[in-house]
Design a protein around this ligand. Structure first.
Ligand SMILES: Nc1ncnc2c1ncn2[C@@H]1O[C@H](COP(=O)(O)OP(=O)(O)OP(=O)(O)O)[C@@H](O)[C@H]1O
Length: 446
């Protein structure tokens, strides 16, 4: 498989080199530019598969570069990097057509994970989900058969269970494998930006739409779109989505030109969809349209046969390019199999990453597996969120936020509605934050 090329635009030479090193280790090729103007020259001469650019740069900055790229109507994925805390810049970036943004500082794995959302990791041939438990083997066999059709697929399962992995696998096994796979997380995009992000817009369609921008559906033309966490979409937008799916055509905001779509639709949710429909939060007709073929991941603790093979796979993945791959001792395997995994595979991945830092030699022992420290007693009146020590302001704030949410849940007897009201955030934002906390292995008061 040929390696995709990424154009890295950053005026800080040290940081640019670090980014390039990470991407090279991840198996990509790189082009470099120190500002937007140089990047445009590179774009004119080469055809990179993606652009990763800083926002603040002397000369032509990242937003100006992004606007220039979108004005040329290039559909190339653009990932912008913002300084920590400059949320306005991040919103502006999404509004101008950035595919995503990364808040600095970020770990190398975060960068590679973001890139993999748009480009298939070159080191991995077909990213086959690791399965060994009989229930998961059946699910994968079913997915392989479903992949051959063009049917919409709804992938359900708790947070961190592997829904996106399965969606990518469906795409890879389908006749669309060579065409784009475009994933959009409906919960992570600000509500007022989701419509424009999905369907695209013309210049002037709304304040701030300084240039035309293709939407995710357009970007996925000929391939597959993944609507991640679809139940987080508001009802108004659900109706518009339904129309696009029924008519198989899309209109950019502010345009009357319709574009015929040839896109396979996959969706995921970690909520009980029937319940969401019954409660009026999810349209029944959209549910039936997307749920043509449902696939469901069980929580990790209900497919115990997957735990050790997954741990071994994740150890190998995170050790790639760093020498010999450590093995799990018998006690370590027992410890992994004995844990409840409220954060599912993502929690397992965190534990594995920590173990790789802690283990000495070529064996991961039970003591290298830090799993219990992050668990909180269920429904404790006031509990302390223990997280790995960190000196960065961002992590400190997150720890405080988690503590506030846990305390509010305890005070309100676990009522999500009451907690959202007390904290002055929308139920949707609260659900998103709780899902992220669960992924970190934080057990929440019931
Ligand atoms: N069966 C699997 N084989 C290999 N890796 C897996 C598998 N399941 C999950 N993972 C890994 O675990 C992590 C979480 O998986 P993924 O993002 O697919 O979960 P998710 O259910 O989509 O999560 P969320 O609900 O938060 O969107 C990823 O790093 C993924 O690569």
């Amino acid at each position: 498989m040929s390696k995709p090329t990424i154009l890295v635009v950053e005026d800080d030479l040290g940081l640019r080199e670090a980014l390039v090193d990470t991407l090279l280790l991840g198996g990509y090729r790189c082009l470099e530019a120190s500002d937007g103007a140089e990047a445009l020259i590179q774009l004119g001469q080469h055809k990179p598969a993606m652009v990763i650019s800083d926002i603040q740069m002397a000369g032509m900055d990242g937003l100006a570069l992004l606007k220039a790229i979108r004005t040329k109507d290039l559909n190339i994925p653009v990932l912008l990097m913002t300084a920590y805390g400059t949320i306005d810049a991040a919103v502006e970036a999404m509004r101008c057509g950035a595919n995503d943004y990364l808040a600095k500082p970020f770990a190398p794995e975060v960068l590679l994970h973001q890139v993999e959302r748009y480009l298939l990791a070159p080191a991995a041939e077909v990213p086959q989900p690791v399965v060994a438990d009989p229930a998961s083997l059946r699910l994968l066999a079913l997915a392989e058969r479903v992949a051959q059709s063009d049917a919409s697929v709804m992938i359900t399962g708790p947070s961190g269970s592997g829904k996106e992995v399965l969606a990518r696998y469906l795409h890879q096994c389908s006749g669309r494998a060579e065409a784009p796979f475009v994933a959009i997380n409906c919960a992570a995009i600000p509500e007022n930006m989701l419509e424009a992000t999905l369907f695209g817009y013309e210049k002037g369609a709304f304040t701030g739409a300084v240039s035309a921008c293709a939407g995710k559906f357009e970007q996925a033309q000929g391939g597959t779109i993944l609507l991640d966490e679809i139940t987080e979409m508001d009802l108004g937008l659900q109706s518009k989505l339904l129309r696009v799916l029924q008519e198989r055509e899309v209109e950019r905001l502010g345009s009357r030109k319709t574009l015929r779509l040839d896109v396979r639709v996959l969706a995921t949710s970690n909520r009980d969809l029937k319940e969401a429909v019954a409660q009026g939060g999810f349209r029944e007709d959209l549910f039936y349209r997307l749920n043509v073929f449902p696939l469901n991941w069980l929580p990790l603790n209900q497919r115990p046969g997957d735990i050790v093979p997954l741990a071994e796979h994740l150890i190998a993945r995170h050790q790639r390019g760093r020498g010999a791959v450590p093995q799990l001792s018998a006690a370590a395997r027992d410890k992994l199999e004995g844990h409840g995994w409220p954060g599912n595979v993502r929690e397992l991945e965190n534990v594995v990453q920590r173990a790789l830092i802690l283990c000495v030699g070529d064996t991961i022992g039970a003591d290298d597996l830090f799993i219990d420290t992050l668990e909180l007693p269920m429904a404790a009146p006031s509990v302390t969120v223990e997280e790995p020590r960190s000196d960065s302001l961002g992590d400190e704030l997150k720890i405080q936020e988690h503590q506030i949410i846990v305390d509010a849940l305890s005070q309100n007897g676990g009522s999500r509605k009451a907690v959202a009201e007390q904290l002055g955030i929308s139920p949707r934002t609260l659900r998103y934050k709780l899902a992220k906390m669960r992924e970190m292995g934080i057990e929440l008061p019931a």
